[in-house]
Design a protein around this ligand. Sequence first.
Ligand SMILES: *[C@@H]1O[C@H](CO)[C@@H](O)[C@H](O)[C@H]1NC(C)=O
Ligand SMILES: *[C@@H]1O[C@H](CO)[C@@H](O)[C@H](O)[C@H]1NC(C)=O
Ligand SMILES: *[C@@H]1O[C@H](CO)[C@@H](O)[C@H](O)[C@H]1NC(C)=O
Ligand SMILES: *[C@@H]1O[C@H](CO)[C@@H](O)[C@H](O)[C@H]1NC(C)=O
Ligand SMILES: *[C@@H]1O[C@H](CO)[C@@H](O)[C@H](O)[C@H]1NC(C)=O
Length: 466
Amino acid sequence: MHVASVLLVCCAAVINGFSRATFVSDEFTIRTYTPEVVSAPSPDVITDRVVGLQRRSSVLTVGSTYLRALRRIKPANGIYSRVTTPPEALLTPVEGGLIYIAPIQWGTQRFYSVIDTGSSDTWLAGTGFTCLDQANYSILPEGACGFASTYTPTSTFSQIQGYNFNITYLDGEFLNGIMGYESLSFAGINVPHQEVAVVNLAAWTGDGRSSGLIGLAYRTLTNAYPGANASQDVPGSSVRYDPLLTTMFNSGLTNSSMFSLAVSRDPYQGGYLAIGGLPPVPYSPHFARTPITVLSVDNYGTPVNNPVYQYYTININGFAYADRTSVQFNPLPTRNTLKLSLTNNNTLAVVDSGTSVVYLANELAAKINALFQPPATWNADYGSWEVGCGSKPPVFGVDISGKIFYVNPVDMIVQLKPSFCISGVQGNNGGFSILGDVWMRNVLAVFDVGAAEMRFAAREFYGLTW
Ligand SMILES: *[C@@H]1O[C@H](CO)[C@@H](O)[C@H](O)[C@H]1NC(C)=O
Ligand SMILES: *[C@@H]1O[C@H](CO)[C@@H](O)[C@H](O)[C@H]1NC(C)=O
Ligand SMILES: *[C@@H]1O[C@H](CO)[C@@H](O)[C@H](O)[C@H]1NC(C)=O
Ligand SMILES: *[C@@H]1O[C@H](CO)[C@@H](O)[C@H](O)[C@H]1NC(C)=O
Ligand SMILES: *[C@@H]1O[C@H](CO)[C@@H](O)[C@H](O)[C@H]1NC(C)=O
């Protein structure tokens, strides 16, 4: 998929019989809110309700498109546009983002689906679906949508009459379908009666391996609309239903209302997603805890608070960096002059495994990048800090609630071509700070949805290969 091709029109278009109403969501606004605390923090115990992930690089992903806008484009009057072309060439492997896919069973059929913490619907492409071109809505061969296989409802499926599934992800991908109940099995958990969507119309850029998506976000983002005709759906009028995680949590299928993510440094091993506990990876026993702030992406021009996507954000106490490993940092602002203090306290940062690198305030990113030996250089063509693939990275860490989580030096250099490497820390051009995979590989991240907090434990320098 190309950036230029997702330029969607402002006005109704009728192409090949598919009518598309005014597409308002080229523009969006954002807001943050603190989700409700509904339970005490879950105990951090290892569970066998775990699924192995596979990582795929994607040119553009659902989540990365918003984030690119959020970190690169200064909003006019608080209104962001996802179609503004970035000033520099797209560094595809980095800018495009990452997806994680995992196996899921619908009835007796097995599929791989994309794991998405930013949306809430769980869907598969249905057999016989129509694939559309995202740019001009012309019909394409099924294969062009990039699904590995399709789902044929059997006796375990029952359609919910009077509703339709309609979702537009802000990267321009959109889907229509039917709603129904199906018996799902995911991460070793059997959910006998889960509301799902079966897609019959898709404008989608798949990875060729997955057949749908599993949305792990809140109930407020589900997309079942009353009526059978998607063209008549009124934005903001969707009827909320319990998404997969909510069903699991509320029906006692897990011991606690949390999930956790351990993404892997090994490119051939994506990592783990655990539900209701922790995955079986080594980690340091100290957990840092911090409240979840939801960053909600809302369609502009639709009824207020019409959320379409979300990110988990947390408050960063400060950032630690130095040009030598012998230093000690001072997470608390005491007067111990032997220790370095942290900088940029109280920065709200998005925690996103779908983003490759770490994005920080430009000045901070510049200071950190100056400490590579030899120093990183600014590559104007790509708008990125470039480093020698054999250079020596600085120490870099992120303080959450008084504990510093360091990035393994091997993660600080991101190799894109045999002799072309960029720094793991890039500037955010005045936008949001993002803790992407470069940082996330170094932690076990707990999303305690019930307690509305995130917890992190270090996986310090595991699998160090130099
Ligand atoms: C629903 O899908 C139709 C057809 O693809 C589209 O025109 C419309 O914008 C969508 N409506 C909503 C509310 O998502
Ligand atoms: C639709 O756009 C694609 C490029 O994205 C182009 O190849 C195709 O010819 C277009 N189809 C029509 C009917 O305009
Ligand atoms: C769905 O609604 C659109 C717009 O109101 C209409 O043109 C179309 O005929 C309807 N389709 C069906 C199958 O009723
Ligand atoms: C819940 O915890 C108990 C006791 O630790 C354990 O035996 C059981 O397998 C757990 N159940 C789930 C669904 O994780
Ligand atoms: C960082 O926070 C401390 C208090 O926690 C404050 O004294 C200091 O001025 C802050 N520094 C910056 C750069 O905001």
